[in-house]
Write a new protein. Structure first.
Length: 436
């Protein structure tokens, strides 16, 4: 009986488990296990001794479990039969997955059924060789990437369909917008599938959804995209579907010379062109009638609405048309703090001296430069944030709500926290207004 001298495996990364073709072994056989591999001896369908990376001489010392079963003698070369399995433990990060046929889902936004396809990739690593061989490989002579994707296809197809459906329903987003959530979908799918892979001694390193799309040649997809394109065109031009149908009706009647209403409809189209081709069919007829019995109107000086010439007050805003000009009650005169000139509080600068208008938060008076209180109402002015200059209305807050700058006052000399507005530091006595 010929005995194997050297047992090893130099397969590629796409093979996860490989069975050595011969079972005729013997003590002193050299078993070579590469750095990213593990080897397991099988006898009678049971996983026995496990070997990690390195060169191993099969003898009674390093195959104790097998020795107990077949009673190998000590010394000399002893033939025996056993299966040798090599397990590839390298990280395989490019395992492709995809939906072989489109998934039919109802779009929650447009209420139509659309076929959905999805694909991506995931990465795995075998962490428990015994569990992997016993639960997944069985009697197969080789277990590669194709075997893995075939075994777990039902798992990821179920999880992908369930999670995509949940996202569409819960977030009320269209199927055409689902690609904005690929990162969230990938994270949740990994969390849901991790325990299932773990049962087979496999660690799920990552799981990515690369794309979710719909077949371009599907009738429902073509119809939906045409409708969306038409709606976008209407939004740009500035009319809706009802208005478009009304215009089509008017145009068709005007082009039909046998119709008794062709003249009236043609006039309606001409008038409609002058006003932007707006309104439904009833509105078009109303506009034609109103234009036949036109009355003289005038324009409201306040809101620019049309008012019958014989009416005094505007029906839209109530403005008295007999007034010579519109009075803005919100406008008032303020006095410039620099030169005393009076001007409207709507101005940003004094028309006399050019000084900028700095309004008081309480009464609107023009504040003097570096004022700590209003010279008109006497209110203390809020101190500005030292970084962004935004007024701090509450002296109890510790951080600026605009830029996050700390508002706790400290002595520049000793760093003591200062409460209130004292002139001198209570710790070192330095003049706080002059600084250190």
């Amino acid at each position: 009986m010929a005995l194997i001298e050297v047992v090893k495996f130099n397969g590629g990364p796409a093979i996860f488990a490989w069975k050595f073709p011969s079972e005729e072994l013997g003590t002193w056989t050299q078993l070579i296990v590469n750095e990213t591999q593990e080897a397991i001896l099988f006898k009678g369908g049971k996983a026995l001794d496990l070997f990690t990376a390195g060169r191993h001489t099969l003898d009674t010392l390093n195959i104790p479990i097998l020795n107990n079963i077949i009673n190998l003698p000590f010394g000399g070369r002893s033939p025996f039969t056993a299966e040798v399995w090599f397990i590839n433990k390298v990280n395989s990060l490019d395992v492709k997955w995809g939906t072989p046929t489109p998934i039919q889902l109802q779009d929650p936004k447009y209420k139509v059924f659309l076929p959905l396809r999805s694909f991506g990739q995931f990465g795995i690593q075998i962490v428990d060789s015994r569990q992997f061989l016993i639960k997944l490989v069985g009697t197969l002579p080789i277990f590669d990437v194709d075997s893995l994707t075939r075994y777990f296809r039902g798992l990821y197809l179920t999880k992908v369909k369930d999670l995509i459906s949940s996202y569409l329903i819960k977030k009320q987003i269209s199927t055409l917008e689902i690609n904005a959530y690929l990162d969230e979908l990938s994270t949740e799918l990994k969390e849901k599938m991790y325990p299932v892979f773990e049962e087979y001694g496999i660690k799920l390193v990552n799981f990515y959804v690369n794309d979710i799309n719909v077949p371009e040649d599907d009738a429902a997809v073509i119809k939906l995209k045409d409708a969306l394109s038409k709606r976008a065109e209407m939004d740009i031009v500035g009319y809706n579907y009802v208005q478009e149908r009304s215009f089509d009706t008017l145009e068709g009647a005007a082009k039909n010379p046998s119709s008794g209403q062709a003249g009236l409809m043609g006039a309606g189209i001409g008038l409609g062109m002058g006003v932007g081709i707006g309104g439904a069919f009833g509105n078009q007829m109303s506009e034609i009638t109103q234009n036949v019995n036109t009355k003289k109107t005038k324009t409201c000086k306040k809101c620019n609405s049309d008012i019958p010439e014989d009416k005094r007050f505007c029906a839209t805003c109530g403005f008295d048309t007999q007034q010579s000009e519109v009075v803005d009650k919100s406008s008032k005169l303020i006095s410039c703090s620099n030169c005393g000139c009076s001007y409207s509080n709507k101005s940003k600068f004094c028309p006399e001296c050019g000084d900028a208008y700095t309004p008081c938060l309480y009464c609107g008076a023009d504040l003097k430069a570096n004022a700590k209180s209003c010279q008109d109402c006497g209110q203390d002015l809020p101190s500005p944030c030292p970084r962004c200059g935004v007024p701090i209305l509450d002296n109890k807050i510790k951080f600026c709500g605009e830029c996050g700058e700390s508002l706790v006052k400290k002595c520049n000399s000793c760093g003591t926290k200062i409460d209130g507005n004292p002139k001198f530091c209570p710790e070192c006595g330095i003049n706080l207004e002059k600084g250190a």
